[in-house]
Design a protein around this ligand. Sequence first.
Ligand code: ADP
Length: 481
Amino acid sequence: MLKDPSLFREAALVGGDWIAAGEHGLVVTNPASGARLGRVPMLGAAETQAAIAAATAAQAEWARRTAKERSEILRRWYDLVRANADDLAHILTLEQGKPLVEAKGEVLYGASFIEWFAEEARRVYGDVIPAHAPDKRIVVVKQPIGVVAAITPWNFPNAMITRNAGPALAAGCAMVLKPAEQTPFSAIALAILAERAGLPSGLFSVITGDPPAIGGVMTASPAVRKLTFTGSTATGILLMRQSADTVKKLSLELGGNAPFIVFDDADLEAAVEGAIISKFRNNGQTCVCANRIYVQTAVYDAFAGKLAARIAALKVGDGLEADTTFGPLIDDAAVDKVSAHIADATAKGAQVTLGGKRHALGGTFFEPTVLTGVTQDMDVAREETFGPVAPLFRFDSVDEVVAMANDTEFGLASYFYTRDLARAWSVGERLEYGMVGINTGLISTAEAPFGGIKSSGLGREGSRYGIEEFIEIKYLCFGGI
Ligand code: ADP
């Protein structure tokens, strides 16, 4: 089914050597069918150490190259990812479940970070600062931080890698990556293409296997100067704690609890479309998915009716089928969480206006769900559902909804719809989030800084700010002039 079957490889890349999965490898399954896709090696501490050692050696040489040379190799990687986008999308849908068009969208979105940072590689400028004494000169140079460890999640098996590998490699760093156990084949395919693009051996490793063992070595190693993690807040906190002893620089993209606010002056059709994109993309399994939808009283019933009608017309199915909008959830635990949130909400008085239960297709398929009459005391108000449930809260005033929207430990994405310019500015400023979508449900792009505040994390990915995460500032003081 792949145009280039060699992109599906049951092996991990450790310091330039491919290690085959063998009999005892980790089994990866297709969430749409439960079918076994293949195996990846069960690696641990020793292989992680080896990858870090190889990365350390390769990084020293890579950092000495000109930015233009690094940029050219990244550009070739970008071209290869685009040229193989159909195969990468196919692999991604097989292991992750999202519809093929969304998978292709992710691959191209992922590629855009390689392209962007290939360009940014040549613009890591330093500074000359007017000195404090006549015989001195102050110069600031920017240098790669060194070896970077990356741990990535299953919901974006391609883009969460490129969003970090792009800037890290552009800056002159090396990367040792641990992809999620559910979705390693997308990471491996990216590594194959990076090799073909001419990335030096050892500079980029992909280690599959035991997460605590691999993460333990990554965080304890003094050679690893930076950890970038995308995943749950609980795991992020654990890794942050583990990184304390070696005082590592950290980028953390953790959980969200995004509010999506519809004011009564909003373009309702646009708000419904925005809510669908924001809430249901990847079947609700993204950290920027709308988790709480607040609708002003005057338009509440109209919005609820339009949203349910639009969603009811969309198809649940295997992501490989052309007209599928909603794939399966990643695993049974995801289904349990979605079911628990619905049960809690209905027990406390919410109504199910659409869906509400497992889908007739079985497995981890779930009916897209709309809940009305949702209130702040329900679990959906506090926890990320990470599934296809749209809970509709009612509100009356601007102050009330801003207070409710900010009443969470998280601060990643937020959204609101209004046609009032003054309200757009003031609510945009008052929302305590790293990102605010105003009259749009889709905010992610390579050009903009992606990231959160509060328990949603540290650092920014993408944009001109993204490369700074992989750079150290050094100040040179010239005296005796
Ligand atoms: P989720 O619950 O969505 O799978 P996790 O935070 O558990 O989120 O997973 C995100 C990534 O973190 C995955 O690559 C996973 O393997 C990894 N991970 C989970 N636990 C640990 C750990 N103790 N040490 C290192 N990595 C971990």
